[in-house]
Structures are given as structure tokens and as C-alpha cells.
Design a protein around this ligand. Structure first.
Ligand code: 9D3
Length: 246
């Protein structure tokens, strides 16, 4: 997969995309990330990328020309048309479903918005979808672009090692995880639940499932509304709810 990122702050991307799993995905050639400095496509002598809003008002607006030229430079002649995504607080909320959808594309162009926004004609004539990563105010689209790249990268075939922890079964999907422990068995007086040392795999499975359901019920009851629960899950959940403890 190829991802072109258009930004006025390409330096912000050094680090997060050069480490760990994304670094390896790039080295393996599974993921190609190109950082494009929008300012390099500004034609005026001051290399300006923003201007005053027509009609007045506070702040600045990103000029259309450098963005159009940068996007056009990314579109291969006679190739399949890339998805052109504007990162903006006004976009569709990013989630795992959208990550999966985007991971199926051959070529993405991510445009990082800034200032008070981008000229509306970028939306009108260039952008194929708009994405927000959540309801909080950031300074620009750069961190959202990195979040989206990270979520997509781990879904690309061959990026994660064994597709064991990757492809969660339909039952685990959308539940919070059960508590995990490693050595030592007693750390600063806090003990590992004995069931995990019992060697009884069925007991362990039931305990973990119960813990996952309990945690989800306590912290994210909204997830249980849409979760795919088995008969056994419903029984365990009913126990957890009737207990009503912490
Ligand atoms: C002060 C300007 N705001 C007026 C209500 C709108 C605004 C525009 C641009 C607020 C923040 C930003 C910068 N943020 C993004 O470009 C952005 C973003 C975000 O702030 N939160 C969640 N997802 C995203 S995606 C892009």
C-alpha cells in the first residue's frame, strides 16, 4: 500500500513512522509512506500556504493552489484513482471498521488541515472523504494522520508476525481484554489469581471470559449492546451483573 501525506509540517512525522512495526512494514516494502511538503508547491515568492478569509473574520485559511498541485503531483498517470482524504474535525469519526476499509485500498493521499481550515474548493473538487479521529480539538491533522496510518499498517498482510493475535474471532471482537499477569507470582504482596496457575485450561478460559465481560460491562456497556455474545457469555454476564461488586 502507498500512503502520500501532504503537510506543512513534514518534520512532525520523523520518529513515529520510523520505529517499530511501521518501520518494519516500510523496510519490507509492504507499506510505502511519502511525506510531501505542501509549501514546496507554493508558487509565490513568500512560499505562502495560507491567506486571509474572504468575508473577514479571525485566523487564516489554507490556500487551494499548493494543495491542488501537491495532490496532482501524487496521482500516477493512468493508475487507479487514489482515495483522497482530508483530516478535519468535520469528518466522519475514525474507527476500526474504517481502518479495515482503508487497509483494502492500494493508494491513499492524506491531507493534513491546519489553521482555521482549508479553502472549501479543496473539499469540493479534490477530496473523496473527510475523517476526524474524535471529539477533541487538536492543532492540526498531522497526529490524526499518524494515528490512521498506524491503525491501517497493522492490518496489512505480513506486517504483524503470526496472524494469531491479529484476527480476533468474532466473539472476542468488541470486548475489553481480560487482566494479564506475568512473573513473579507475588509482586509487592499482590498475588496472581490462583486459577491462572491451576493448569486447568477450561477454568482459565471461563475466568478470562468472565473478566472480559465484567470489565466491558463496568467500563464500556455500550460495547455490549453490539457484541456478538454466545449463550455461555450471557450466563457469565448475568452472574457478573447479579454480583454487582467492584
Ligand atoms: C479554531 C478552529 N476551530 C473552529 C471551531 C475548528 C478547528 C479547525 C482545525 C479545530 C481544530 C483544527 C485542527 N484539527 C484538525 O485539523 C483535525 C482534528 C482534530 O482537531 N480533532 C480530531 N480529529 C482531527 S482530524 C484533523
Amino acid at each position: 500500500m502507498r500512503i502520500d501525506v501532504l503537510t506543512i509540517f513534514p518534520g512532525m512525522f520523523s520518529g513515529p513512522l520510523d520505529e517499530s512495526i511501521i518501520k518494519r512494514a516500510r523496510e519490507k516494502g509492504i507499506l510505502e509512506i511519502n511525506l510531501i511538503d505542501i509549501r514546496a508547491f507554493s508558487q509565490d515568492k513568500h512560499r505562502s500556504v495560507d491567506d486571509y478569509p474572504y468575508g473577514g473574520g479571525p485566523g487564516m485559511v489554507m490556500r487551494p493552489e499548493p494543495i491542488f498541485l501537491a495532490v496532482e503531483a501524487c496521482i500516477p498517470l493512468g493508475g487507479s484513482s487514489p482515495e483522497i482524504i482530508l483530516l478535519t474535525p468535520q469528518g466522519e469519526r475514525f474507527n476500526q471498521r474504517l481502518a479495515g476499509e482503508l487497509a483494502g485500498q492500494e493508494h491513499l493521499i492524506l491531507i493534513c488541515g491546519h489553521y482555521e481550515g482549508v479553502d472549501e474548493r479543496v473539499r469540493q473538487a479534490l477530496v473523496t472523504r473527510e475523517i476526524s479521529i474524535g471529539d477533541y480539538v487538536l492543532t492540526g491533522g498531522e497526529l490524526p494522520a499518524m494515528v490512521i496510518i498506524d491503525a491501517i499498517a497493522r492490518l496489512l498482510p505480513g506486517v504483524l508476525g503470526a496472524p494469531e493475535g491479529t484476527a480476533e474471532d468474532s466473539f472476542s471482537w468488541g470486548l475489553l481484554e481480560y487482566p494479564q499477569y506475568t512473573r513473579p507470582r507475588i509482586f509487592r504482596g499482590m498475588e496472581v489469581p490462583p486459577v491462572l496457575l491451576s493448569g486447568n485450561h477450561e477454568e482459565i478460559r471461563l475466568w478470562r471470559r468472565r473478566q472480559a465481560l465484567k470489565r466491558t460491562w463496568q467500563r464500556r456497556p455500550d460495547l455490549l449492546e453490539v457484541a456478538n455474545l454466545s449463550q455461555e457469555d450471557r450466563r457469565l454476564l448475568a452472574e457478573v451483573v447479579s454480583e454487582g461488586d467492584a
